[in-house]
Design a protein around this ligand. Structure first.
Ligand SMILES: [Zn+2]
Length: 207
């Protein structure tokens, strides 16, 4: 594994956490051996796609569920990257110590971690308020999570489009170029003339 700033900060956080953690949270972290490193690799993957820099300043109380920000329609939204080995679901804790963890206007991003390359990549995303419509379930440790299956998540390209990143603007322009134009013609079923996108009137439209 590359000996870089992220690896070093992950090791430092792990050591600090081991020192302070309760038995229960310690057990949870031993399960995900490189929990901190994996998490930082997820944040790194976010920065590769959406810009910004991984915050390597020590955060004793955790990151408060905020790894980055993204602006959509003029409003800034917190981004929280959830990174795991071969994740099947995006999961967010319902509450911790009686306080709600999953936030409606936060964008949660699922990241997959590849241990061979010590590298993560973005798999999909979802709004907190959508996750909060799920029926919470436990994935172990007696912790209840909101969740969505990986295959149901929104695509990363869609987030680029919503945030109007350079890639998103290019994708929107491409979609606009490929959008069918309305034209004057006659329905190929009934012959009724009109302004159509396809060759069908409203009565015979097949989409
Ligand atoms: Zn027709």
């Amino acid at each position: 594994m590359p000996d870089d700033d992220i690896a070093r900060e992950a090791a430092r956080r792990q050591a600090s956490h081991d020192h302070h953690a309760s038995n229960r949270t310690l057990r949870r972290d031993q399960d995900g051996v490189y929990a901190n490193r994996i998490g930082l690799r997820g944040e790194e993957a976010w920065c590769r796609e959406f810009g910004g820099k991984v915050d390597l300043t020590p955060r004793p109380g955790g990151d408060g569920g905020r790894d980055a920000w993204i602006t959509i329609g003029g409003r800034r939204h917190p981004v929280d990257c959830k990174t795991a080995n071969a994740p099947k679901e995006l999961i967010v804790e319902v509450e911790r110590r009686g306080k709600p963890v999953c936030k409606p206007n936060t964008i949660y991003v699922l990241c997959g971690y590849n241990p061979d390359r010590d590298r993560a990549h973005l798999l999909g995303w979802q709004w907190g308020h959508v996750l909060m419509q799920s029926w919470p379930k436990s994935h172990g440790y007696g912790v209840m999570n909101y969740w969505q299956a990986r295959g149901q998540l929104q695509k990363i390209d869609e987030l680029h489009r919503l945030a109007k990143t350079p890639l998103g603007i290019a994708l929107l322009a491409e979609a606009e170029r490929n959008r069918p134009r309305p034209f004057r013609g006659c329905c190929i079923v009934c012959g009724q003339p009109g302004l159509y996108v396809g060759w069908y009137c409203e009565d015979h439209r097949v989409w």
